[in-house]
Design a protein around this ligand. Structure first.
Ligand SMILES: C[S@@+](CC[C@H](N)C(=O)[O-])C[C@H]1O[C@@H](n2cnc3c(N)ncnc32)[C@H](O)[C@@H]1O
Length: 283
């Protein structure tokens, strides 16, 4: 019987290594990233909002800059790290459980002239293949929804950060009051085992030793993002079906709509956490 971590990672790898998933996300998000955007600028599209989200998170950090090492936990197509490396001069470690995405990311990094600045690393963020105290900043967008054991994840991120290191992430979460039967179809849409909650992440981070620098709710951006995606999936059906199976398009279209409904009905929230590992503590 697999434990919850094994089950979560297997489900995630199966999901992101599938050509339907890969093609769909590349076409809808533009091939750079797969995360909720920040829609402060009116009329902004999905790829531009996704870039704005990277800038938004980066602006919350105190130590990002030339010489800092950022590990992206669940790095997807690599767009967030390419943006950080280009805009802030940092170095990147791209940790991903999907070998397919890592391989493609390495090729894109090469074409962009960034191969020397971003190290691909295959692995699970619950068991990071790095020694203690290796990174200045741990970063993640829309990857922890795939996690099997969030308390373990927090302890692991704490371990690989240097003292004084920052940890920033955004994730879609369930609310405490969300009924199980409402959550199940939302989980099924991305092959998930469970959602985190705001209180759960805050408690797990505190137990791991982190200092809380504040959670910011941005559920409205999550809603704008997924409403736009539902509409694009519907409107671009003829184009998308040239490369993606009808069964996948139907499942994902319905699944994204469940997420919009979940957010509108108070069952899902989205926001950004920022933590610091205290100075002067060992890993
Ligand atoms: C929705 S995508 C987000 C990608 C990227 N963070 C971005 O913003 O574009 C989720 C990513 O998390 C990765 N992932 C899921 N579970 C993981 C795990 N346990 N360890 C490492 N990566 C994982 C997936 O392979 C995928 O690349």
């Amino acid at each position: 019987m697999p434990d919850k971590t094994d089950e979560a990672i297997q489900r995630s790898v199966d999901y992101y290594n599938s050509s339907d998933t890969d093609n769909y996300y590349r076409r809808i998000w533009g091939g750079e990233s797969i995360h909720v955007g920040i829609y402060d600028e009116p009329g902004i599209g999905i790829p531009e909002a996704a870039r704005a989200a990277v800038t938004y998170l980066a602006n919350r950090l105190d130590t990002l800059g030339p010489g800092s090492t950022v590990i992206d936990l669940g790095s997807g197509f690599g767009g967030p790290l390419r943006q950080l490396v280009t805009d802030y001069g940092c170095n990147g470690i791209a940790l991903n459980a999907s070998a397919l995405e890592l391989e493609e990311m390495a090729k894109t990094n090469q074409r962009a002239g960034l191969a020397e600045k971003i190290k691909p690393l295959e692995g699970n963020y619950e068991d990071i293949p790095l020694d203690d105290a290796q990174a200045d900043i741990a970063w993640s967008q829309e990857a922890f929804l795939h996690c099997g054991d969030r308390a373990k994840l927090m302890r692991e991120v704490f371990r690989i950060l240097k003292p004084g290191g920052e940890f920033i992430f955004a994730d879609p979460m369930a609310t405490e009051s969300a009924p199980v039967e409402v959550l199940q179809p939302m989980l099924d849409r991305a092959n998930l085992v469970s959602f985190g909650t705001v209180a759960g992440y805050l408690a797990d981070a505190k137990a791991a030793g982190f200092i809380d620098r504040g959670y910011v709710d941005r559920t409205e951006d999550f809603l704008t993002n997924y409403r736009t995606i539902v509409a694009e999936t519907r409107d671009r059906h003829e184009e998308l079906k040239q490369e993606i199976s009808e069964a996948f398009l139907k499942k994902i279209g319905n699944g994204m709509q469940y997420w919009v409904d979940g957010g509108e009905n108070g069952h899902m929230v989205w926001g950004c956490f920022h933590f610091v590992k205290p100075n002067g503590v060992g890993p």
